[in-house]
Design a protein around this ligand. Sequence first.
Ligand SMILES: NC(=O)c1ccc[n+]([C@@H]2O[C@H](COP(=O)([O-])OP(=O)(O)OC[C@H]3O[C@@H](n4cnc5c(N)ncnc54)[C@H](OP(=O)(O)O)[C@@H]3O)[C@@H](O)[C@H]2O)c1
Length: 254
Amino acid sequence: MALNDYATALVTGASSGIGRVIVERLAARGLRVHAVARRKRRLDSLADKTGCVPHTIDVCDLDAMRKAFTGEEIDILVNNAGIGRGHESLMRASDEDVEATLHTNIDSLFHAIRVATPGMIARNRGHIVNMGSWAGLYGQASTLYGATKGAVHLLNQNLRIELLGSAIRVTEICPGRVRTEFAGKSFRDPDFARRFNKAFRMLTADDVADAVMYALDTPWHVNVTTIELCGVEQATGGVQVKRTRRRRGPAARR
Ligand SMILES: NC(=O)c1ccc[n+]([C@@H]2O[C@H](COP(=O)([O-])OP(=O)(O)OC[C@H]3O[C@@H](n4cnc5c(N)ncnc54)[C@H](OP(=O)(O)O)[C@@H]3O)[C@@H](O)[C@H]2O)c1
């Protein structure tokens, strides 16, 4: 069955996890789906399975994104690509971790939106789904990653205002932990990543894709602005406390 009157979608981060399932769902609904990621073999196998159009592109590469999609009629943009490098500690993160996380989780969304949205505006039809996180809404001891997802939160809120007066919808999806490859790639210590993934019953990529499909499937005049979801064994909140002893400076010791 058609998804509103959308015909074409662009999904970033399509080679694994949440993005891969979203591509499968959209293709199953008869849409032409452009699937973007860096791992070619993964994308090719997804294309064999779903009929999606694979694009081996780094989302941080604005020129490549422009070349691939300028002039394409994109009805649905799912900005899903994201990484969690430097997740454990901003102080222990490398310069490369910081740069890659900022570029991937923030800059690339702006690029994709600027490439896909002018056509949506011209046709007055479209839906932008940006993958946020609980970490972008609540403090969760992930300074770098949380701040990038916090930026995504305000991007959504402001974009909705900028696009007011058009029929283009903007949805933010904010999941708690999801069992995907994400933890394995985010944490330097593979044992920690394994423990992280096994600590409790998390959301699955299918659960998050269900939320995306719900937002896309509502009638065109409904703008599902934000969906928060987490596994039943996870909660957020509380106050962190820790005693500290401050060393007195030289002026105070005189
Ligand atoms: N897993 C969680 O607990 C969780 C919770 C909340 C939010 N999220 C968010 O959900 C989104 C999807 O994550 P996931 O859990 O499905 O993790 P995942 O399985 O690691 O998927 C991440 C996807 O992003 C792609 N990607 C990363 N950097 C890219 C780049 N520079 N250019 C193109 N593609 C790139 C990866 O493909 P290639 O490596 O092939 O390029 C992969 O397809 C992310 O935005 C993440 O922040 C995840």
